[in-house]
Design a protein around this ligand. Structure first.
Ligand SMILES: C[S@@+](CC[C@H](N)C(=O)[O-])C[C@H]1O[C@@H](n2cnc3c(N)ncnc32)[C@H](O)[C@@H]1O
Length: 224
């Protein structure tokens, strides 16, 4: 299945902007589960890939992270970058937002973060990019750091299968109808020797299914 190119994703989200926060009722429960299971009260340095409007970053900084925790958020879209920058301004230097060219190479030192957060972005990346990004997440996370992901996924049961089928059809006809996102199975891309699952659940509010995955980073020869 062909995915959005980086340039197309940028064009789409530059136009879409703040509308990202309006729809997506199906994201609410999965995001709650992600937050509940990310052990955020112990986090010191968070990296978020594809931060969108900065809504999750704002929520984590204001309600869930310790006062000293830092937050680095990246996005390919100028519009999203600006929205996040405005939103995170109250946190000053603790919260940094960066505009990227869409590369999977993360501008962060090895073992520099203890949470890698990414919500509803893996489902618009190519399989090649998914593997590169997971490799980068592992590089920037400290041993024992947590990979915290939410993504659209395929569902079981009649209602969920119907909703997944309709979503896939829309994606095949015109990927822009569904923001370039298609249901994927995150777990299939996770190597057991690199990640130890802490939490994994599929939830289907309103029939649209999301996979929530929290896994800790396994690195040989480095103490947690
Ligand atoms: C479906 S939105 C999700 C936004 C946000 N994470 C949320 O849950 O509301 C996808 C986001 O990923 C960003 N994005 C897409 N491809 C990207 C890439 N290659 N690098 C960085 N950001 C990307 C888009 O600009 C957009 O903000």
């Amino acid at each position: 299945m062909r995915t959005f190119s980086h340039a197309r994703a940028k064009r789409f989200y530059d136009r879409f902007g703040a509308r990202q926060d309006r729809g997506a009722l199906y994201e609410r429960r999965p995001i709650e589960l992600l937050i509940e299971n990310a052990e955020l009260d112990e986090a010191t340095a968070v990296f978020e890939f594809g931060c969108g409007t900065g809504r999750l970053a704002e929520r984590l900084l204001s309600r869930h992270l310790p006062e000293r925790a830092t937050y680095t958020a990246v996005d390919i879209s100028d519009t999203m970058f600006e929205l996040t920058r405005e939103r995170l301004a109250p946190w000053g230097p603790r919260a940094e937002v960066r505009l990227t060219a869409g590369d999977m190479d993360l501008d962060a030192a090895g073992s520099s973060h203890d949470r890698f957060v990414c919500a509803y972005v893996f489902d618009l990346l190519s399989v090649d990019d998914i593997h590169k990004l997971l490799g980068e997440a592992r590089r920037v996370l400290r041993p024992g750091g947590l990979l915290c992901l939410a993504s659209l996924t395929a569902g079981h049961g009649f209602g969920a299968k119907l909703a997944t089928g309709l979503w896939r059809l829309a994606y095949l006809i015109a990927p822009a109808l569904v923001g370039g996102c298609r249901p994927i199975r995150l777990w299939r891309h996770i190597y057991a020797e690199h990640w130890e699952a802490r939490y994994r659940r599929v939830v289907c509010p309103g029939g649209l299914c999301s996979e929530v995955l929290v896994a800790s980073c396994v690195k040989d020869g480095e103490a947690p």
